[in-house]
Structures are given as structure tokens and as C-alpha cells.
Design a binder for this molecule. Structure first.
Ligand SMILES: [Zn+2]
Length: 470
């Protein structure tokens, strides 16, 4: 028998305080509408200073900050935030490699084990995925963030929410089911991905059990729509879908959203989140930018090269400071995701929060092609806007030539539907991608379905759009 005291989940949280601090729906919208800009800043500032205290106790931060000449009294308020060194996922990777198994930013929690903990991980491009520990507060606040999104997207008490992501290492599925069960009165139907419950069975369950809302990646919604057609299920007539919670990727012109809304006959809502910080932004029924969970995170948008703050409305890297997380604290995490921010304003839905554009690409995927900066994921809109393509694509980057003539090359592989004129598609894609990127890229037309083994379409996790062979 262990001599350690069991840290029970039920007694590990002051639930009344949690609900007061991080209002679940429907209270969040009203709280945010009531709060002045100064009031919000004050709330964020108080939470930020608590998180700074947590972080000074953590070797990862203490060592980095001390090396940069910081002392614990230097940071007096959020006004000083930009003077703190930021970090990236590479820094977390090194921290984990040097201090196994979970890194000196979070090993402390497992040593003490004074609270229940859960391990989730985010996809790494090589080696083991990056682990993150969650204590009950981090776990429940992330679920509250998702519950706010579902209700803003039209979820009603008693609705069945079909979650087509598997409860596995990644946390989106877990956040969704916890949000449904704990914080929004929805009935989670955890079918998992198509690899766990076949796409036909997913649709049959939705039809028989009356699914109202879906949590699914955009690519999987397309697969379900194709499956429905083959199986003789009419998505509009046979299902009772009222809302779809998804992640559209770079959908600047809205091609993917329109395609999905047409196929499903229901509104499709975009969201943006990260493994460590949770759901940062979500669309409401107004579909007019993503509401930020302003009480759980402070966002900075910085120039991708100079790291200096950019004005609202200008695209840059998002740098996140979590206001709720202690295990581990997250202070100025440069996610390398490109995004735009709009100032706090009253929305048609009644809430008053900061807003974000959708996800606009990853700055660390930038390719220099003949001195032009290219963000490969931006190809999504062009490819999905052409009906002759299945919408599936993969950008392959490699080096060609040697010595002084060495250069980087990008080839966009585009899937064609059956029986289309491939040479016309090739010509049009080449022209449109040149207009988009401002530089010519190679285009290769490939058969329908051929990219799935590389992109991971239909499997677990996010679809891969970039194959970097440099
Ligand atoms: Zn709104």
C-alpha cells in the first residue's frame, strides 16, 4: 500500500470558485458584455501576476529568465509582458530531452503528485510527441472553453454531440466530450474517428439517434459527405444536423466552408486552439471572426521576423500567455501560427471579446522561392476552390541544383477527380498558384485518393499538408 495520499479529483478543485472565475455558458457572454476594457485588463493582470509567481518556481522559466538578466520583481504588470523572452515548441522539446521524461517545465508536478494529473500530447514531426500534463483546473477550464464554443454555435441542452475524433493522445476529443458532459448539457456521442467507427456507421448512428451537432475536422466532413452519397443517405433530409464545430485551416476565401455548408445543409463554425493553451478562439452564429476566451489567455501578435508587436488587423505570429494554467505555466509561447487580431467590440451575438481571424498558416513553414516568401498551406483555398479537384493537396519542398545554382523548390501535388481534363487543370492550377504566391511553383496532378497515405486523411489527427525534404 502506497504511503502517499490519494489526490481525489472531486476534492481537488474549488468548483464554486472555478465557475465564478471562468464562467461556463450561458454566463460567459453576459460577463464579457458587462466588463469594461479596463475591467478586463485588471482581471487579466491579476491572473497574469499569479502565473508569473508560479513560473518563477519552475526551473525552465527561472533559468531562461535569469540568463536574460530578469529578476523576480521586474515584471510589475501586463505592460511589461513584451520584455519577457518568448519560447517555442523547440525550447519545450529541448527541455524534455534534457530533463526526461516530461521536461523541467513540468516534471515538478509529477514529483509532488499533490493533484490528479493527465498526460496528453501534441504531434511532433519527428521522435516522440510533445507531452503536456494537465491538472484538474487546466482540464476543466479547457472544457469550459469548448462548452462556450458549442453554445455560441447553437448547441441546446439535450442535443447529441457526435465527436468524430478519438479520445487518444491529442486532446480535442477529450475537451469536447468533457465540455458536453460537464459544462453544456449536451450528450456526447464519442464515435471516434473513421478508423474506430466506420464512416457509414457514423452516419447511421447520426440518423437513428438524432445527432444535432458534430465535432470533426473539415477533411473528415468531406469524407462523410462522400460516404453518404454512396450509401444513399441524404445529409440534408435524413440527418438533423444543426451545427458543425470544425477547424477549417487556411480558408481565407471560404471555399471549404461553403462546400461543407452546401453538402450538410447546416452552418459550419471555425475554431482555433492549441494543445497546451486550449481553445483560444471560436466562431459564434454570426460567423464574423473568432471570439477569444479573453479570461483564459492574453494574446500578442508579433512580426514574424522582428518579433515586435504589430498593429491590430496585421498578420503576425501569435504569442500566448495562459491565464489559467499552473501545471505547466505558459508564459509567452510563440506558437508560430499566423493570425490577425481585431480589438474588443460588441458582436451580433451579444458577447464582447477580442476577435481573431482564422488560422492563416505557420510561419516556420515559410519557403523562400527566388527571394519570395511562400506559406505552403495558403494553397488550400485555391485547390478547394476548383471543382475538378477533390480538394486534397500536398506541398513537397526539396532542394535542387548544387553550389551556386542550389535552390529550394516547391511542388504542389493536387488530386484530380475522375474523368476531368488533367492538362487543363494543371494549366489553371499553375496560373492560379502563381498569382497566389507571387512566384511560379511546380504543379503535379495526381489521382483521387492517392495522397491519403502521406497526408493521413481519414486517420487520427490533423491532415498533413507539407512534406519537407530539405
Ligand atoms: Zn459573436
Amino acid at each position: 500500500m502506497s504511503e502517499k495520499t490519494i489526490p481525489y479529483y472531486w476534492s481537488s478543485i474549488d468548483w464554486a470558485k472555478l465557475v465564478e472565475d471562468f464562467p461556463p455558458p450561458p454566463y460567459f457572454d453576459a460577463a464579457m458584455a458587462r466588463m469594461s476594457d479596463d475591467g478586463l485588463r485588471e482581471l487579466q493582470n491579476a491572473r497574469f501576476l499569479q502565473r508569473m509567481q508560479d513560473a518563477w518556481r519552475v526551473p525552465f522559466y527561472r533559468e531562461r529568465w535569469t540568463a536574460a538578466g530578469m529578476e523576480s520583481g521586474d515584471i510589475r504588470s501586463l505592460d511589461d509582458l513584451a520584455t519577457i523572452p518568448s519560447f517555442t515548441s523547440e525550447d519545450l522539446k529541448h527541455a524534455t530531452e534534457n530533463n526526461p521524461p516530461f521536461g523541467d517545465h513540468q516534471n515538478f508536478a509529477l514529483d509532488a503528485m499533490s493533484t490528479p494529473l493527465k498526460i496528453q500530447s501534441s504531434g511532433g514531426t519527428s521522435g516522440l510527441p510533445r507531452p503536456t500534463l494537465f491538472d484538474p483546473v487546466a482540464w476543466e477550464v479547457q472544457a469550459i472553453q469548448f462548452a462556450r464554443a458549442f453554445v455560441a454555435q447553437g448547441a441546446q441542452v439535450g442535443d447529441i454531440l457526435q465527436i468524430t475524433l478519438t479520445n487518444s493522445l491529442a486532446n480535442t476529443a477529450w475537451c469536447s466530450s468533457t465540455a458536453a458532459l460537464h459544462w453544456s448539457g449536451l450528450v456526447p456521442l464519442t464515435t471516434g474517428s473513421g478508423a474506430v467507427t466506420s464512416s457509414v456507421r457514423q452516419l447511421e448512428l447520426a440518423r437513428s439517434w438524432g445527432t444535432s451537432g458534430w465535432v470533426a475536422f473539415g477533411e473528415y466532413l468531406k469524407i462523410l459527405a462522400e460516404t453518404a452519397e454512396t450509401a444513399g443517405i441524404d445529409l440534408r433530409r435524413d440527418l438533423s444536423t444543426r451545427f458543425i464545430h470544425t477547424y477549417l485551416g487556411v480558408d481565407t476565401d471560404g471555399h471549404l466552408r461553403r462546400l461543407l455548408q452546401d453538402a450538410w445543409g447546416a452552418p459550419v463554425y471555425d475554431n482555433y486552439g492549441t494543445h497546451e493553451v486550449g481553445l483560444i478562439g471560436y466562431e459564434c452564429q454570426a460567423q464574423d471572426g473568432l471570439h477569444v476566451n479573453d479570461d483564459t489567455a492574453v494574446l500578442e501578435i508579433v512580426d514574424r521576423e522582428t518579433a515586435q508587436p504589430v498593429a491590430d488587423g496585421v498578420t503576425g505570429n501569435i504569442v500566448v500567455t495562459s491565464l489559467h494554467r499552473s501545471v505547466p505555466p505558459i508564459i509567452r509561447y510563440d506558437l508560430k501560427d499566423l493570425i490577425r487580431r481585431e480589438p474588443r467590440a460588441r458582436c451580433g451575438c451579444g458577447a464582447r471579446t477580442t476577435k481573431l481571424s482564422g488560422f492563416l498558416g505557420r510561419s516556420d513553414e515559410m519557403v523562400k522561392l527566388r527571394a519570395t516568401s511562400v506559406y505552403p498551406r495558403a494553397a488550400q483555398d485555391t485547390v478547394q476552390g476548383d471543382e475538378r479537384s477533390t480538394g486534397e493537396f500536398l506541398c513537397v519542398i526539396d532542394n535542387v541544383g548544387a553550389g551556386i545554382s542550389a535552390r529550394e523548390r516547391m511542388t504542389v501535388r493536387v488530386e484530380a477527380k475522375r474523368n476531368v481534363d488533367e492538362s487543363a487543370l494543371h494549366q489553371d492550377m499553375t496560373g492560379r498558384l502563381k498569382d497566389l504566391f507571387g512566384v511560379k511553383v511546380d504543379v503535379e496532378i495526381v489521382p483521387s485518393g492517392s495522397l491519403a497515405p502521406v497526408t493521413g486523411l481519414g486517420g487520427e489527427g490533423k491532415v498533413k499538408r507539407l512534406l519537407d525534404l530539405r
